[in-house]
Design a protein around this ligand. Structure first.
Ligand code: AMP
Length: 113
């Protein structure tokens, strides 16, 4: 059964898409936790980062490289931002399709809750 994010990739569910290429998609989070809250996801349905395999090495690198580009487009590259990957129950993962949260537009506290 396809996940919510697979449905967004397939355009079966609408999303506010801010970046797309052959390997990944970025869209605004529906419940933003900061003025800028973007989700960057691989098109390949990797359930979570800990489920990635060695064959995904280049894809994972691609995603991290795109973080700076997406942050720049969103106007938060200079001011700073945070990337978060929630993994599993204690990590707060709710959608089993790997995603990178890109948060910015305000000072972020540390440590997270
Ligand atoms: P996580 O809790 O790390 O699994 O993150 C899942 C994120 O997906 C949450 O921040 C949700 O607000 C977000 N989300 C859920 N449904 C949608 C949707 N239809 N469009 C955009 N973001 C969504």
């Amino acid at each position: 059964m396809p996940t919510l994010f697979e449905k967004i990739i397939a355009r079966e569910i609408p999303a506010d898409i801010v970046y797309e290429d052959d390997l990944c998609l970025a869209f605004n989070d529906i419940g933003p936790q900061a003025p800028v809250h973007i989700l960057l996801i691989p098109k390949k349905p990797i359930p979570r980062v800990a489920a990635a395999e060695s064959e995904d090495q280049a894809l994972l690198g691609h995603l991290l490289l795109k973080v700076g580009e997406v942050a720049e487009s969103a106007g938060i590259k200079e001011s700073g931002f945070r990337v978060v990957i929630n993994n599993g129950e204690n990590g707060g993962e709710t959608v089993p399709h790997m995603h990178i949260h890109l948060l910015g537009g305000r000072p972020l506290q540390w440590p997270p809750g």
